[in-house]
Design a protein around this ligand. Structure first.
Ligand code: ADP
Ligand code: MG
Length: 352
């Protein structure tokens, strides 16, 4: 039998020409099924509207492969839009609002490139929110370099399934799930990790017994890859944090990162500059990569600047040994102030 879900599945691989991502992943296709007649609406940016014949042909081919002679009439309508945000927001929210039971506010921590401190910020944000009295989950979706197993001293942990639900690990008052607990790291080649990613992310969000959270912090892999798309299709993201260092070379990556979030209509909490300076004993601040680079970017893209986080030598150690409790009060306060800014911004975004 033809169903709407099967039609949507069959359209995998038909790519939106501007962003080169699947239409269905981007929520740019509406499907209606009446008996065996299929009505499809495709939303297409004006810049690539002339590609519609090609796309129509591909859709017809995909449907033929999936359903052969079973299908009746196929009617494909193309709707020209100047940008995708409105369409995507509508389609996405309808699907996801119903699913998001007890996750509280979902915060995605993103960056244009690796090594800028996404995991450090995710972990310390989660710990700070916890210290401020909230119930917090931390989800490590970095398929290429999960950090939570090491940072929490939990390497080799396997998640337990109880009552059909994945049980998160509890440590330091946080509920933790890592892709490192789901996909065996050592013996799974990178090429297999991609396809497993969508399923794993969806499961980590929707099939984990999160109980009821106030905040779910998600540590994403760097860049504009599939993980953020999968997360965005699995849950309503309340806001994204962009993490950057201030090197000039990072600007292009940050720009791509921000454009991706805007395209996906994910509200941006703001951008934080990590490892910006070292504070000397006499209070002098040495800016490692020059001062003010990230604030400039924030102004240019009209997004909130969430401040600077210094280079804190002892953070490296705690992340590598799983001894997060070794963080000094001073360090904890830096992240607590950051967490308060994030909470405030989330409140502002959710009413606007
Ligand atoms: P990402 O998740 O973006 O790849 P990480 O959080 O793993 O980045 O950080 C990369 C490295 O930088 C790690 O060794 C981490 O301990 C270190 N690091 C990150 N932020 C800080 C900071 N504010 N002070 C000192 N070291 C940091
Ligand atoms: Mg990381």
């Amino acid at each position: 039998m033809i169903t709407k879900d099967k039609i949507i599945m069959s359209l995998r691989g038909v790519k939106e020409p501007f962003f080169q991502k699947d239409f269905i992943q981007m929520n740019l296709i509406d499907v209606d099924l009446l008996e065996n007649n299929i009505n499809i609406k495709v939303y297409l940016k004006e810049e690539v509207f002339d590609k519609k014949e090609e796309i129509e042909k591909k859709i017809q081919e995909k449907l033929k492969i999936a359903f052969g002679e079973q299908i009746g009439n196929v009617n494909i309508e193309f709707i020209k839009v100047s940008d995708y945000s409105q369409v995507r927001r509508r389609v996405k929210l309808e699907v996801l609002d119903s699913k998001k039971a007890n996750l509280g506010k979902v915060i995605a921590v993103t960056s244009g490139k690796g090594g800028v401190g996404k995991s450090t910020i995710s972990i310390n944000l989660a710990l700070s929110l916890r210290e401020l009295g909230f119930k917090v989950g931390l989800l490590d979706a970095d398929v290429y370099g999960p950090s939570i197993p090491t940072a929490f001293g939990l390497e080799g942990t396997i998640l337990e399934i109880r009552d059909d639900k994945i049980q998160p690990i509890e440590k330091f008052g946080l509920k933790l799930v890592s892709i490192g607990f789901m996909i065996p790291e050592v013996d799974t080649p990178l090429i297999w990790r991609g396809p497993m990613l969508h399923k794993a992310i969806n499961e980590m969000v929707n099939q984990v017994d999160w109980d009821s959270l106030d905040y779910l912090v998600v540590d994403l892999p760097p860049g504009t890859g599939d993980a953020i798309l999968s997360l965005n299709n699995s849950v309503k993201i309340d806001g994204a944090i962009v993490v950057s260092t201030s090197q000039k070379v990072a600007a292009a990556d940050v720009m791509k990162n921000i454009n991706m979030l805007k395209t996906l209509s994910i509200p941006i909490i703001g951008i934080v500059e990590n490892m910006s300076f070292i504070e000397c004993k006499n209070g002098e601040k040495i800016y490692l990569w020059g001062k003010g680079g990230v604030i400039e970017l924030a102004q240019k893209y009209d997004i909130e600047f969430l401040g600077e986080i210094p280079f804190i030598p002892n953070v490296v150690q705690t992340m590598e040994t799983g001894n997060l409790v070794m963080l000094t009060e001073q360090t904890k306060n830096i992240f607590k102030e950051f967490a308060k800014k994030v909470i405030n911004r989330l409140n502002v975004i959710s009413v606007s």
